[in-house]
Design a protein around this ligand. Structure first.
Ligand code: F6R
Length: 614
């Protein structure tokens, strides 16, 4: 997964490219490169530098040609085919070096195409799947085709997922771009035209942003965008609504994005709840596109997601089954799409994805739609690919999340899914209005409770300082505490690189308890949900085997404190919505342990923010 940027009509394009590549680093950051069309030639610079790739690139480009730039493209890479080396960094060129191409995605049939091209005399200089595209276009242009026509022909031969942008010294003011199953947006302003894999890279340059759809081709020339289908039919691209400003995508005075984003959680929760109630207090989700009539006859809910979004979905399972009295299945998106899930037109399939671009989830939703289900997406990105493909959309309103480990989006997802659960209960009449209002009122207090939880960071830091030597962690929970435990373990793994298992506490005795010994840390979610007493019994079992016990407990709950070595106190709330509060100290614990172990919380190793490959 990679970030791409391109601009034509900007004589001093390099600073724009480098700034945008910084903005796009959350999409991948193991290598970076740019290509500029200057003085009738393509000038290219690339580097592989781990988390510093874009900074390294900035210093390497100091000797870029000084003449005015005609068209320019830039790329920040997350390696898929070929290791992260300068040779594999994008842009890739053809044999002449006059064509340069950047790509996000995967070309599945690259091996057979490379064999064919090599037999035809093309020389390859990288181990990527991308380079075949540069040579295929070169081959077509050799027959007299324009850059756009040759790119079209190339696209007919490749299989897979891609967003691409191509420049050629023979057509120095043109960038040709296309996409299939991965994101690409276009922009225009004052004599320039731009493209990027994501909206934040264009913020600050233009507010006139358009979406490119699958299998559409865009030809960018200074100040102009021309979009067609691969068959040459003209298309009017859809203009997107930009609600973020550049300021919102900066660190805002915090040491890192993760701290900033954790502190934005009360706002993320409050904003996600905004405007959801009508004058009589009833829930109104009128922007959802799926109306009450569509939802009235559903008899089953399926939720598909990955990672933290999956954990938010698991919380929703408890809420939906309790409030709506419908079966709610939750599945990992990458498994769902390859099973034979039983869905039909009476199933509501909800995809949960903060980015709205995760390939596993979007493909799972595509499969659900194929099976006839009504498809709804919960996404944090307005007009994301999934939002545009689904029948309905419920946006979380967490703002851009740059830290790779999801925090504020996760909380916003839980809240949005619970609102959805209540909305279904309202439509299907499974809960009295008073009960729905009671829960909504409790949800509306959550921003205060989350802020209160965040303020206790000093207590979390004290506990973290006592755990710096620990290497093995178990996170245990029951009922809605179970998904919280899974999320706590995931955060610790990805940020502090510590072994952490998340388990339903009742399952421990069926095997994993064999691993508990002195030195093992058990973090338990012991806030008062319906299984709280049973949870305490499970905690007693691990404590008697020598584990160090850290419990998340409701303020003043001395019974829980009595079985713990350390307590992370949280303000109490209704059990079904308690995960929104309970997960906060676990985020802070993972953050502090990451810092104590010297790791950058914003850029965990081996991870990228948006996963647009399988
Ligand atoms: C973990 C994390 C990931 C994402 C997962 C799905 O902190 O952020 O596990 O939750 O990759 O991403 P989205 O929600 O964009 O589909």
């Amino acid at each position: 997964m990679c970030g791409i940027i391109g601009v034509t009509g900007e004589a001093d394009a390099l600073p724009l490219l480098l700034g945008a590549l910084h903005q796009l680093e959350y999409r991948g950051y193991d290598s970076a490169g740019v290509a500029l069309v200057v003085d009738d030639a393509v000038w290219r610079e690339r580097t592989a530098g781990g988390t510093d790739s874009v900074a390294k690139l900035a210093s390497l480009t100091r000797d870029a040609p000084t003449g005015p730039t005609r068209a320019a493209i830039g790329h920040t890479r997350w390696a898929t085919h070929g290791s992260p080396t300068p040779e594999n960094a994008h842009p890739h060129v053809d044999c002449s070096g006059r064509l340069a191409l950047i790509h996000n995605g995967i070309i599945e049939n690259h091996a057979e195409l490379q064999t064919e091209l090599e037999a035809g005399g093309h020389a390859f200089s990288s181990a990527t799947d991308t380079e075949v595209m540069a040579h295929l276009i070169e081959q077509e242009m050799a027959t007299g085709a324009s850059l756009a026509a040759a790119t079209c022909s190339m696209l007919r031969r490749v299989r897979g997922a891609f967003s691409i942008a191509v420049v050629h010294a023979d057509e120095p003011d043109t960038i040709v771009a296309a996409r299939r199953a991965t994101p690409l947006v276009l922009g225009r302003h004052d004599g320039a035209a731009l493209l990027a894999s994501d909206i934040p890279a264009l913020i600050g340059h233009t507010r006139e942003v358009f979406a490119l759809a699958d299998d559409e081709l865009a030809v960018l020339t200074p100040g102009a965008l021309e979009v067609t289908t691969l068959d040459g039919e003209p298309v009017t691209p859809e203009q997107l609504t930009i609600t973020w400003d550049l300021e919102a995508a900066q660190k805002g005075g915090y040491e890192d994005y993760m701290s900033k984003e954790m502190h934005e959680q009360p706002h993320a929760v409050a904003d996600t709840l905004l405007d959801r109630r009508g004058p009589g207090g009833e829930l109104i989700l009128d922007q959802m596109r799926l109306g009450a009539a569509d939802l009235r006859d559903i008899d089953k809910v399926f939720i598909v997601a990955c990672g933290s979004s999956y954990h938010a979905a698991l919380v929703a399972k408890y809420a939906i089954e309790h409030w709506v009295k419908l079966p709610a299945e939750v599945d990992i998106a990458s498994e769902f799409r390859y099973r034979d899930p039983v869905l039909n037109e009476r199933t509501l399939c909800v995809g949960v994805s903060q980015s709205g671009e995760t390939l596993d989830t979007s493909e799972a939703m595509r499969e659900a739609a194929r099976l006839g289900a009504k498809v709804l997406v919960v996404s944090n990105v307005v007009d994301s690919s999934m939002a545009r493909a689904a029948d309905g959309v419920l946006y979380t309103r967490a703002g851009p999340e740059i830290g790779v480990a999801s925090t504020k989006c996760h909380l916003a997802q839980i809240v949005a899914l619970e609102v959805l659960g209540l909305y279904l209960a309202q439509i299907l009449g499974t809960q009295p209005t008073e009960r729905i209002n009671e829960v909504l009122n409790a949800l509306e207090v959550l921003p205060e409770l989350v802020a209160d939880s965040l303020d206790r960071v000093g207590d979390v830091d004290d506990v973290a300082a006592k755990l710096t030597d620990a290497r093995d962690f178990f996170f245990l929970g029951r009922h809605v505490g179970y998904p919280v435990a899974l999320e706590g373990a995931l955060k610790l793994k990805e940020l502090a690189y510590l072994r952490a298992e998340g388990y339903p506490a009742g399952e421990l005795k069926h095997g994993p308890i064999a691993l508990i010994e002195p030195g093992t840390v058990v973090v338990g979610i012991a806030t008062r949900n319906p299984l709280w007493e049973k949870m305490l019994s499970n905690v007693a079992e691990v404590r008697s085997r020598g584990a160090t016990v850290v419990l998340v407990a409701d303020d003043g709950d001395e019974e829980s404190a009595a079985v713990a070595d350390h307590v992370l106190w949280v303000p109490p709330t209704t059990s079904l919505i308690s995960p929104v509060v309970d997960v906060v100290p676990l985020q802070q614990l993972a953050y502090r342990l990451a810092r104590l172990h010297g790791h950058d919380p914003d850029r965990p190793r081996n991870l990228a923010k948006t996963v647009t490959v399988e």
